[in-house]
Design a protein around this ligand. Structure first.
Ligand code: FES
Length: 103
């Protein structure tokens, strides 16, 4: 596998007035994740990148982390450190931010 973990962060921008992560600091989240991952020496092992719509717009800003396929909802800039520390480094899901899908 190319990366140990791969984060896809929605930065989708829809037409004005529609709910989307791009309107809610999606791109700032991408930058913040990159910054924190760099600080922790994870560059090259863990990749954070912007994504298009993850089909979870009403829960945004959203992101998904692979290989686990864990979705996080309503992610704020202040949550980035915790997600990196807990999910990326300790391999423990941040339960209070996890987006549970009902099938
Ligand atoms: S715009 Fe982000 S999930 Fe749809």
């Amino acid at each position: 596998m190319r990366f140990e973990k791969h984060l896809f962060i929605c930065a989708n921008q829809k037409a004005e007035g529609k709910v989307c992560c791009g309107e809610q600091h999606g791109m700032a989240l991408v930058e913040k994740f990159r910054e924190v991952l760099n600080e922790k020496g994870l560059k090259g092992k863990v990749r954070a990148q912007k994504a298009g719509c993850l089909d979870a717009c009403k829960f945004g800003p959203t992101l998904v982390i692979y290989p686990e396929g864990t979705y996080y909802k309503n992610v704020q800039l202040t949550d980035v450190e915790k997600i990196v520390e807990q999910h990326i480094i300790q391999n423990k899901i941040v339960a209070e931010l996890e987006l549970q899908w009902e099938h």
